[in-house]
Design a protein around this ligand. Structure first.
Ligand code: G3P
Length: 222
């Protein structure tokens, strides 16, 4: 499974990338605006930081077919490989996904709220499908619908990878990992919550205290 970080905060990316195995970074227009920086600067920083094998996903802003295609080509040209244009599954977007794949461009179909939307993008060859898990919970069981999409893609023998997105708690991620999701993109706060538990810190504090009491030092060997 690929663990992707959903942020444009370069410092948060560097911090998590130093600790965990991060397969790439996703952004969207709202995430980039939250950085307070110009989009060009954010994208330059991401391109400069990521290793060639780490994936970069940048979302189109244009909403019409021609504009989406132009931005998709520009996004895919940012790096020699492993760079994907995120295209929302509107009707214009679905049309662009089909055309972009016919041109051999890397595409992530995004803003997916139903398994059917994701499945249609998969039929057009989208490389990744991003269902918005938490937002889908506003319309029913979001986790179950994301699992439906994973099963639909598998059952129909399609090559698209589901990259589950929009998480507001660790339990949502937990359920999808258990169900075999091929990729998740999580905000830094969720990645941090997945790492930490007060019991771990307390256990390590106890080990240190016992060692210090018995041997008068905090290292294995003197
Ligand atoms: O990657 C999609 C994601 O950024 C949407 O998340 O938290 O705005 O629903 P959220």
């Amino acid at each position: 499974m690929e663990l992707i970080i959903d942020t444009a905060d370069i410092e948060a990316i560097k911090k998590l990338d130093g600790i965990l195995s991060i397969a790439g970074v996703t952004t969207n227009p709202s995430i980039i605006t939250k950085s307070g920086k110009a989009p060009e600067q954010v994208i330059d920083e991401l391109v400069a930081y990521l290793k060639p094998e780490q994936k970069l996903f940048v979302q189109v802003v244009a909403r019409d077919f021609d504009g989406i295609m132009e931005e998709t080509r520009a996004i895919c040209a940012l790096r020699p490989a492993n760079t994907y244009a995120k295209i929302p599954v509107t009707r214009e977007g679905l049309r662009a996904i089909k055309a972009a794949k016919a041109e051999g461009l890397n595409v992530l179909a995004t803003s997916i709220y139903t398994p059917e939307q994701g499945f249609l993008a998969a039929l057009s060859g989208a490389d990744y499908l991003a269902p918005y898990c938490n937002r889908m919970c506003n319309y029913g069981d979001g986790v179950a619908r994301v699992i439906d999409l994973i099963r639909m893609v598998e059952t129909q023998g399609l090559s698209s990878k589901v990259i589950a997105a929009s998480f507001h708690n660790v339990e949502q991620v937990h359920q999808l990992i258990l169900a075999g999701v091929p990729a998740v993109t999580v905000p830094p706060a969720i990645a941090e919550a997945m790492m930490d538990h007060p019991g771990t810190d307390s256990a390590v504090d106890d080990f240190t205290a016992d060692w210090q009491k018995a041997y008068g030092r905090n290292t294995l060997f003197s």
